[in-house]
Design a protein around this ligand. Structure first.
Ligand code: ADP
Ligand code: MG
Length: 694
């Protein structure tokens, strides 16, 4: 149960002053939730210094100032185009407050003649007179501290002013309880951290630039809290998974041997190593939770297929889940012929199948006649009941979250879980996302791969490049052409792609195809197979081809406005070529002028194909928030912490979490209780479920 002390923070935002039914929606969008707690995690990014309080006589135009003045007279606007003016004065002079189309009743009530008020805003000089247009604040002149000398500035959204945020925030801070400390005293001392409440107070009342820095002690403390909650959650998830009884599989049985000898190639050493780690896990009675990281084309799929055979050899079923329809179909098409030869029933289940097909599939899955099931998210659905799911393989994990992988594994009894990702994840990030799993890395690529010749091409040289491509196509090359990413808006991406499609048709003729995320599934499949079977030479695409598609004959990848993509994404895209025997090229186009960082990022792409190195560099240059460029990345989004600033605390938090749970298995000690509060503070409710009640 949630500790009572947090009740206030879980109350709805609309109880705060200034937040009504209408603005509540805007606030929810701004803070990512409707609770007071959500607002408290909204961090100021700047501050406005309002401490300058001169007299009118010596005030400097151009500065933000707070002045105490007396209202002398009103000059209503004679016409709409002329503003309403209010003359105010102090002992040293007069100035004008200027308003465009104010409500008459409001201005008369706020600035009655004779009243002493404090106004704060930017001073201007207009025809030799001092004026202030629409003061930011007008307060009672005899009350103190209504106008903050240092006003925090928050990120805003349509319908929410900074004034509204600061007002609501002040009230929210009043409600924030002083929570009993969950951090070690020695830690607080070492880093000079304050209590949770004091840190939060300072965070929202920055006095200077240093206070705004992400590495300020107050922000760092709160970031550490967040990491600790994250690491406790993962450690608990991990423990819970392991405590459940797994099953001991019959490893390297007849099916596995058959498949191994049917492979047209030898496994690389890296593949062998990873496979033996998997075998070891599967043989043991504990539950397997293993992640395979390996670059695109490193041969993860084969490894997964061999692992699936262990499940089949033990009389259970295996599920293989892909992140997209296209990929699920592609895996199915690669694996079906192999398995058919061995007399294994393999089944495809995707959202796009007809109701009748699905029903048949459900039946085969629940009766156990289907041994290997390949599918998309559709495998999660309640209707899907496995006869006996032994192994769940999840491909391209970065599209799924922790809870999803647990959900799938709960479809069976003691189901082993194998996750594969082609997204090279920097070590720090891996800690936040996969702390609950064991990690294997495939470092080596299958032999015979030629490096992809990567070149940076300014947009102006597009024509030369196209001419070059024409020669390549005449010799039989197949080309991917990826269109620029526009503001994450698929509609705009689409327009760009369609235009480019037409232009390229004018160069290359009819054998140019277009594929994008808004197409119907069957249409996508058709275009994709036209390309992979050679009926198209050029495939113009938005980033839908990003994940996993395998067309070994494709040898050229053109990426327009490459500087707009994340490096990890560029790396994934480039991985689509260089899969066959022929020399491959990747052209990264950029619009001049580019910033030096952008150029530097693209140069990294030119200089290396090592995904892990690229990922580390990307994080250095761009910060964690953008690493995958997408919100649906499945990686946790932190509210307070920023990996590029606080990342060095992550390993500390992990060790801390481990130690805590070793000493206090169920968080029942006094400190354990406070830590439960921390978990609720970061809404790690899932973690609480992992704790035994009591
Ligand atoms: P990933 O899933 O890691 O992107 P795949 O498993 O799809 O990689 O492998 C890419 C290609 O390399 C496939 O065509 C596959 O058949 C081939 N392949 C995999 N392992 C080897 C190997 N050891 N030797 C040669 N080719 C391999
Ligand atoms: Mg793959």
């Amino acid at each position: 149960m949630r500790p009572f002390i947090l009740d206030a923070l879980y109350r709805s935002l609309n109880i705060l002053p200034g937040i009504g039914p209408r603005s509540e929606k805007h606030f929810e969008r701004l803070t990512g939730g409707g609770k007071i707690l959500d607002l408290l995690w909204h961090v100021p990014i700047e501050l406005i210094d309002r401490s300058y309080s001169p007299n009118i006589g010596n005030a400097e135009a151009g500065r933000v100032a707070t002045l105490k003045v007396k209202v002398k007279s009103h000059t209503p606007s004679p016409r709409r185009s002329i503003p309403y003016r209010v003359t105010v004065s102090d002992d040293t002079g007069r100035m004008t407050l200027v308003f465009f189309n104010p409500h008459k009743s409001w201005i008369e009530k706020t600035l009655p003649v004779g009243k002493v008020v404090k106004v704060s805003g930017k001073l201007e000089s207009y025809q030799g007179n001092l004026q202030m247009v629409h003061p930011d604040y007008i307060a009672d002149g005899n009350k103190t501290d209504e106008i903050l000398p240092a006003e925090p500035v928050y990120p805003l959204t349509h319908g929410v002013t900074n004034k509204a945020v600061t007002k609501a925030m002040a009230a929210a801070m009043e409600m924030a309880p002083d929570l009993p400390e969950w951090l070690d005293n020695s830690m607080l001392k070492k880093y000079g951290w304050d209590s949770w409440l004091s840190s939060l107070k300072k965070l929202h009342a920055p006095q200077n630039g240093e206070d705004l820095e992400p590495v300020s002690p107050q922000r760092t403390r709160l970031a550490y809290d967040e990491f600790l909650a994250n690491q406790l959650t993962l450690a608990l998830a991990r423990r819970q998974q392991r405590e459940k009884h797994g099953r001991a599989f019959n490893v390297v049985g007849p099916y596995r041997q058959k498949l191994e000898s049917a492979l047209p190639f030898q496994l690389t050493n890296s593949q062998e190593d990873v496979l033996s780690e998997i075998d070891q896990d599967m043989r043991a009675s504990a539950k397997m939770m293993r992640l395979i990281q390996g670059d695109v084309g490193s041969g993860k799929t084969v490894v997964a297929a061999l692992a699936l055979m262990n499940a089949v050899d033990s009389g259970t079923q295996g599920a293989f889940m892909a992140p997209t329809e296209i990929l699920a179909r592609q895996h199915f098409e690669t694996l079906e012929p192999l398995f058919q030869v061995m007399g294994l029933d393999i089944l495809l289940l995707t959202g796009r199948m007809s109701a009748k097909e699905k029903k048949e599939a459900y039946q085969k899955i629940s009766s156990g006649s289907a041994k290997i099931i390949i599918g998309t998210h559709a495998l999660f659905q309640e209707k899907v009941i496995f006869d006996d799911l032994g192994l769940a393989v999840i491909d391209e994990q970065h599209r799924f979250g922790v809870h999803q992988r647990i959900t799938l594994s709960e479809k069976g009894k003691g189901t082993d879980v194998l996750v594969m990702t082609a997204t090279p994840i920097p070590r720090t990030l891996a800690l936040t996302a996969y702390g609950d799993m064991d990690v294997s890395r495939i470092m080596e690529k299958p032999p015979g791969r030629k490096p992809v010749d990567t070149r940076l091409i300014p947009q102006e040289k597009a024509h030369d490049m196209i001419a070059g491509l024409k020669r390549q196509i005449d010799k039989g090359a197949r080309v991917y052409w990826v269109c620029p990413l526009v503001e994450e808006s698929e509609k705009l991406d689409l327009t760009a792609a369609e235009e480019r499609y037409q232009i390229l048709q004018s160069f290359f003729g009819e054998r140019v195809g277009l594929i994008h995320g808004r197409m119907r599934g069957e249409d996508k499949d058709r275009v994709m197979s036209d390309f992979s079977e050679g009926r198209l030479d050029v495939l113009v695409a938005t980033t839908v081809i990003e994940v996993g598609v395998n067309v070994p004959e494709a040898t050229v990848m053109v990426i327009e406005e490459a500087h707009r993509f994340g490096l990890a994404q560029l790396h994934q895209l480039r991985g689509r070529v260089g899969r066959g025997g022929d020399k491959s090229y990747c052209f990264l186009m950029y619009k001049t002028p580019v910033t030096s960082t952008a150029k530097e990022r693209l140069s990294i792409m030119r200089d290396t194909e090592d995904g892990f190195l690229i990922a580390e560099k990307d994080m250095e240059l761009r910060g964690s928030g953008d690493i995958l460029g997408t919100k649906q990345s499945g990686l946790p989004e932190f509210k307070i912490a920023r990996l590029e600033d606080h990342g060095n605390f992550l390993a500390i938090a992990r060790d801390d979490a481990k130690l805590i749970l070793e000493k206090d298995t169920n968080l029942t000690s006094q400190r354990g209780k406070e830590l439960r509060t921390l978990l609720y503070l970061f809404e790690a409710d899932q973690a609480i479920n992992y704790l035994k009640s009591g």
